[in-house]
Structures are given as C-alpha cells and as structure tokens.
Write a new protein. Structure first.
Length: 412
C-alpha cells in the first residue's frame, strides 16, 4: 500500500510528518512525502521518496505581516499551484496523510475515493476547552463558548479567503462539485474524518468535546540514534556549567543584530553561558563573547538534555523537543500558534510566563532565564513532564491507529 504524505510550512510543521513517514515505511508501507523544496535533501536523506509542492516557507516568513492587494493575489496563486501539485503527487496513492495546512488532501481523497487522515502539530478542532491557537492571544473571549467561537471564526475566515481558489480547482482538476460556505471543519466531522494529531495528552489533554475519532498520539519525533554533536560544541559543553539555549527557529527577525545583542546581554545579566542558534535569521559572530557558542543546527534530542534551560519561539516542534528533554522552557512568541504554547508551558509549570517579541528586552529575558535556572519547583515539574513524554512513542501509536482504520475501511 502506498501512502502519500502532504505537508507544508516551517520545519516544525513538516518534520513530524517525516518521522511518521519513517514509522510507516518500517511497518511495510510504501511512503512518499510531498512537501516544499526546502526539505528535499532532508526527506531523501531519511531514505524517503520526495515529491515537490510549490512554495518557499522561508520567503513566507520574511513577508509575514506584509498585507496588500498584491500579496493577497500572490497567496491565492500559490495556493492554486500547491493544490495542483498535491493532485499530481497523489495519483498513485492508496491513502493520504496530511496536515490541515496542505489544503487539498481531503478533496483529493474524495476524488480518488481513497482514505485520508489529518494530523496537526497545532490543536485543530472546535472546543470550549481553550481558544484557537491562531486567535489573537490578548482578545478577551470569556472561555467556554467564547473559546468555541474563536475556532469557528478562524475556520470560517480561512475558508472565506480560500474558497474561490479551492472550488475552482475542485471543478477544473478534480471534477467535483463546489463546496458551500459551511465551515470546512464541521463538514469533516459530520462525515467522520479521522484526526491523528502529533500531540501529547501529557501537555494538552484531549478536550471532552472533540470527536471520538480525534486522537492525540504523542509527538512524532525523528530518531537521532546516529546523530552527533560537533567536537567544538562538545568542548564548549564540557568547559563549564550547562548553558542556556536561545534560538528562534524558522522565525525571521527583522533586527537580527539587535536580537543577538539582547540575548548576549541577558545571558550576562543572569550569569549564564549560552548557545545561540541562527535558524533562519543571521548571527553576527563578532558580537559573541567566549561564553556564548554560535550554532547553525544541532540534533535537539542530543543537545537539550545537557542544557540548563531553553529559550525559543514556541514553535510546536521545538516546544515538544524542549519539554521531552525535561528543560525549563521560556517562550518568546513571534506569532502563529506560539503564544498558545507559551501560555500552555507556563500553565504546566514548566517555564515562566511567555514573553512577546515586542516585550523582549535584555532585562525581561534575563529575569526569565534567572527564574528558569534557579526555581527548583519549575525544574522538577519540567523533568517530570519530560519523563512522561519520553515514555510515549507517538509514531508507533499513530501507525497502529492508521493500520486499524485502514483494516476497518474507515478514515473519513
């Protein structure tokens, strides 16, 4: 059986599906991952088949917040091409696994009459338990039905923005009827769509009002058994107390030099050594003292357990990695779902209150770092969460659930 995985976005969005792909391949499935060109070498390096979808996620991050008539038109054009690429990528599929941001998956499954499974590293589903991770974090919703309405509003607004492009593609390429204005999520639930989310109930209990066929499998993390740290990084780690990690992943900061200066000053104010990850921003190495190690990339599974704390943007993948390592975690949210995870980490007692990018100064960061490295209750809570997460195997659970649904002939 051939399973095609459709996924787009930042590395934190895409990497869990690579981990799932490896698990499916080990279980005997033929697997192809259709994603964007940025990830081709990584997918193929894992021994998985790569298929191309349009778009440059780094370019999208660089243009984030720039809204105009031209950018809206460009986004619609890009979505149209992604849909066409997705259709081409799935022609030999027996089943599809996809993230919701790969908009075409359920439509393609409908046209080909094959099973489709959706999985999102960010909570996806209407609930009264918490507000939509994509809703403005400072908007007063009042909980309960206010939370539910935030999910509905985000789902509806996204459908308003994409409906014309999707329906044109459904008619011209898939030979399907156009869809109504009704909420896409509600349509999926009505027809019994199965959700396999790479999320853990350790960090986010499943809401009671989510459908039975929505599963939180545990995180989908890539194995790092053969990974190593560079000799230079090993020497830095051995030269003193465990350092603090600071990195903002796929976020592109408009002031990278100022961000570096803030990070260095905060480490000095809190009397900590540090590791500074470049990600998609730039680091001016001339700004760094000997107590701060610059890093282009590293396997988090090996690095994080050797650190004192982690400061990052709150992306779903990095949050999973720092919590699994049992690290006190400080989240500086740039946007997207990051404020949601920052609030959730603080609620779990595994880190201080999140800092917004606008509120990030050397003083606010130094205060948070000092709390994270010195609060014994916070460290104990983070370590307990890490132990429970390390006992899970989200990929194995997802593969078994998928196999069970396929055997029963149900998925959507």
């Amino acid at each position: 059986m051939r399973i095609v995985i459709l996924t787009i976005g930042t590395r934190g969005d895409v990497q869990p599906f690579m981990a799932l792909g490896l698990g499916l391949k080990a279980a005997g499935y033929e697997v192809a991952i259709a994603t964007q060109a940025n990830y081709q070498s990584m997918v193929e390096g894992l021994g998985l088949e790569f298929r191309l979808l349009a778009g440059d996620p780094q370019g999208v991050q660089q243009q984030s917040g720039a809204y105009s008539k031209e950018t809206v038109a460009a986004a619609a054009q890009l979505l149209g091409q992604i849909l066409k690429d997705s259709w081409a990528a799935c022609q030999d599929a027996d089943a599809i696994v996809a993230s919701p941001n790969a908009r075409g998956a359920t439509h393609i499954a409908e046209a080909l009459k094959i099973p489709c499974f959706l999985g999102s590293p960010t909570p996806y589903g209407f609930t009264q338990a918490f507000a939509s991770p994509w809703f403005p974090p400072n908007f007063m919703l009042g909980g309960g039905w206010g939370n539910w309405l935030s999910h509905y509003a985000v789902d509806k607004l996204l459908w308003v923005a994409t409906r014309k492009t999707v329906n044109e593609w459904r008619i011209s390429d898939l030979g399907l009827k156009p869809l109504s204005w009704s909420s896409p999520y509600k349509q999926l639930v009505r027809r019994g769509q199965v959700f396999l989310h790479p999320l853990s109930e350790v960090t986010l209990p499943k809401p009671a009002d989510w459908p039975e066929q929505a599963h939180l499998t545990g995180y989908w993390l890539l194995p790092e058994a053969e990974a190593t740290l560079s000799p230079e990084l090993e020497a830095f780690l051995a030269a003193g107390e465990p350092p603090v990690f600071i990195g903002f992943g796929s976020m592109v900061d408009q002031e990278p030099e100022r961000l570096t200066a803030i990070a260095v000053e905060a480490l000095q104010k809190s009397n900590q050594r540090g590791i500074l990850l470049a990600g998609w921003s730039r680091i001016d190495r001339s700004q760094l003292p000997d107590t701060v190690f610059p890093l282009e990339s590293a396997p988090f599974g090996l690095l994080f357990p050797r650190l004192a704390a982690a400061v990052h943007h709150g992306g779903c993948g990095t949050t999973a990695a720092s919590l699994q390592a049992g690290l006190p975690t400080i989240i500086t949210a740039y946007g997207n779902d990051q404020a949601f995870w920052g609030k959730r980490v603080a609620e779990l007692g595994a880190g201080p209150s999140p800092i917004t990018r606008e509120g990030l100064t050397a003083e606010t960061l130094a205060t948070a770092i000092a709390q994270a490295v010195s609060d014994p209750q916070m460290r104990s809570r983070a370590q307990a969460i890490g132990e429970r997460l390390r006992a899970e195997n989200g990929v194995s659970k997802a593969v078994k659930l998928l196999g069970d649904y396929l055997a029963a002939g149900t998925s959507s």
